[in-house]
Design a protein around this ligand. Structure first.
Ligand code: PEP
Ligand code: MG
Length: 588
């Protein structure tokens, strides 16, 4: 699959998080492990039992480690995280059944255990009880972990490795990515994924170079191979030559030089040459990213994806735990503010909760505000926590996936109920919190004038907007070429929503990945955006871009782009315009 070039082999994927990384790869085992079947003799039984016990102990330790890591990452120690998983490792019914199967069938323990666990899950899944169905998810997860230990292929390998490395995996879920050890993981490469899949977004937030959409890479590489990863161009070089390493060294030093120059504008205002202030804020997934936000020179947080507090755990965080997290963010953002987006679970961010049935089309399913309105018991503790955090800083609230005005009204009605409850409890909260709406469905963009009457601001989620406008799954690498943010339809929707917002006297921003792309800054400014909320690592570059532009000129440029028909030509037109105004940012 790779292209041989002397001693090197080059693989071309999609660079989704910029930067260069070099090092040893750790090939992460594939999604579904093949479980070997072997016949054993009676004399092998004690050895198999011993292996089984060791795998259960290792899995238990692994779960405890993850539990600790997640509690640390979200800034709150919650002993409940992964408790249900830990119970599975000690489940006598399951373990005894596996031991009986071992003696009866005389097959290797991983095969027997897998069969027993599968049967156990099928039986539980057939019972119409949400608690038991939740247990199925836990058992499946724990079974996979135990089997990986038996096969000597621990998935948590990369969490434990004590030397720097590059992860190569079939896919990384957002939950996997949340667990990455930033100090040791130099980069990652996956077979699946796209620019706007949440693992790619997280890689950018963490500042880890990454390449996705490289099918077959797990089999093409072996743990221990040395590679050079170019997150700019999406090239992965196996066995890089001295010449290649030298060339990339040059790119790295140019990059360091530009970053040094950008450091000088850190404290300056994000304002165009003709004086238009573009609010430049950062997107975060976890409170632990805040120090980087402060260092970047961003004006606070324009999108806090709170759902990351809900992943990797069997129970949602309590109101108090959420309050602590939101309060921490609000305090650290001062004197700027934070826009807290309410829970956007669904799509590729799945939560292991009892009453969430699997869906055929999760991106079109009971996601985000739809789920929250259907489950006030999940939504209201979050609303109360946000309101309480609002007493400690400048906090705004924003609803995701709004498709109709009524959803905002219903959510606001719950918000009012929450205020009443807090008042009754005599807990301090923000009485006049500003509420905004994400606009990420074409339907929402088309009725932006109606939505604008209900809220104080609009924030365009271009990641979803492009996927829903083009009917292109944002995570599917096979159709990634059809995912076109510069499609004329997207441009028209952006212009229409901006006009609607301004006609109604409210501001509009972009918090999708388009805002982080410096070649699209002139277009977004020209289409009338007042705010850009970008991945933290992109803040200095986008600020430099804004400062190099003229709002009036951008308006003319956007007008010209909007008259064009070909998405690729529009993108090239934007790139050429941007390069003319800040060529140094395209050098590396
Ligand atoms: C978006 O859709 O552009 C967005 C910002 O939200 P998310 O990427 O979390 O879906
Ligand atoms: Mg979205």
């Amino acid at each position: 699959m790779g292209e041989e070039n002397g001693q090197e082999t080059i693989f071309q994927g999609l660079g989704v998080s910029s930067g260069i990384a070099e090092g040893e790869v750790v090939v992460h085992w594939q999604d579904e492990e093949e479980i070997p079947l072997r016949d054993i003799g009676l004399e092998d039984i004690p050895g198999e039992i011993e292996r089984f016990e060791a795998a259960l102990i290792a899995t238990r330790q692994e779960l405890l480690d993850i539990q600790q890591k997640i509690a640390g990452a979200i800034g709150a120690a919650d002993a409940g995280i992964f408790d249900a998983h830990l119970l599975v490792v000690e489940d006598r019914t399951l373990i005894d059944e596996a031991l009986r199967g071992l003696e009866r069938d005389l097959h290797n323990i991983e095969f027997v255990f897998h069969q027993v666990a599968e049967k156990y899950c099928r039986t539980l899944a057939a019972i119409d009880d949400p608690y038991l169905q939740e247990r199925v998810v836990d058992i499946e997860d724990v079974t996979r972990r135990v089997i990986r230990h038996l096969l000597g292929k621990s998935r948590e390998e990369f969490h434990k490795l004590d030397r720097p490395h590059i992860i190569v995996a079939h896919n990384l879920t957002p939950s996997d990515t949340a667990l990455i050890n930033r100090d040791l993981v130099r980069g990652f490469v996956t077979e699946q994924g796209s620019r706007t899949s949440h693992s790619a977004i997280m890689a950018r937030s963490l500042g880890i170079p990454a390449i996705v959409a490289l099918p077959g890479i797990c089999s093409a590489l072996t743990t221990g191979d040395r590679v050079l990863l170019d997150g700019y161009s999406g090239k992965l070089v196996l066995g890089p030559s001295a010449q290649t390493r030298y060339e990339y060294g040059q790119i790295e030093s140019r990059k360091v030089e530009v970053e040094h120059q950008l450091e000088a504008i850190r404290e300056t205002r994000s304002e165009t040459r003709d004086g238009k202030h573009i609010v430049l804020s950062a997107n975060i997934e976890l409170p632990s990213e805040l120090d980087a936000v402060t260092r970047s020179g961003a004006e606070g947080v324009g999108l806090f994806r709170t759902e990351f507090l809900f992943l990797n755990r069997p129970q949602p965080p309590s109101e108090d735990e959420q309050y602590e997290a939101y309060r921490l963010v609000a305090e650290k953002c001062a004197p700027h503010g934070v826009i807290i987006r309410t829970l956007d679970i669904g799509g590729d961010k799945l939560m292991h909760l009892s009453d969430q049935p699997a869906e055929d089309n999760p991106f079109l399913g009971c996601r985000a505000i739809r789920l929250c309105l259907a489950q006030p018991e999940l939504f209201k503790p979050q609303l109360r926590a946000i309101l309480r955090a609002g007493a400690h800083g400048h906090v705004r609230l924003m609803y995701p996936m709004i498709g109709q005005t009524d959803e905002i009204r219903r959510a606001n009605a719950l918000l009012e109920e929450c205020k009443g409850e807090l008042a009754e409890r005599q807990v301090p909260y923000c009485h006049d919190i500003e509420v905004g709406s994400m606009v990420e469905l074409p339907a929402a963009m088309l009725i932006a004038d109606q939505l604008a009457k209900e809220v104080k601001f609009l924030s365009v989620g271009t990641n979803d907007l492009v996927q829903y406008t083009m009917a292109v799954d944002r995570g599917n690498e096979r159709i990634a070429h059809l995912y076109q943010p510069t499609h004329p339809a997207v441009l028209r929707l952006l212009a229409m929503a901006a006009k609607a917002a301004h006609d109604h006297g409210i501001w509009i921003g972009v918090c999708g990945e388009m805002a982080s792309e410096i070649h699209l800054t002139p277009l977004l400014l020209g289409l009338g955006m007042d705010e850009l909320s970008v991945v933290t690592a992109a803040v200095p570059r986008v600020k430099k871009a804004v400062q190099s532009l003229d709002a009036k000129g951008c308006g003319e440029m956007a007008c010209q782009a909007s008259g064009m028909t070909d998405p690729q030509a529009i993108e090239e037109f934007c790139r050429t315009y941007a390069k003319k105004h800040y060529p140094e940012l395209f050098d590396c």
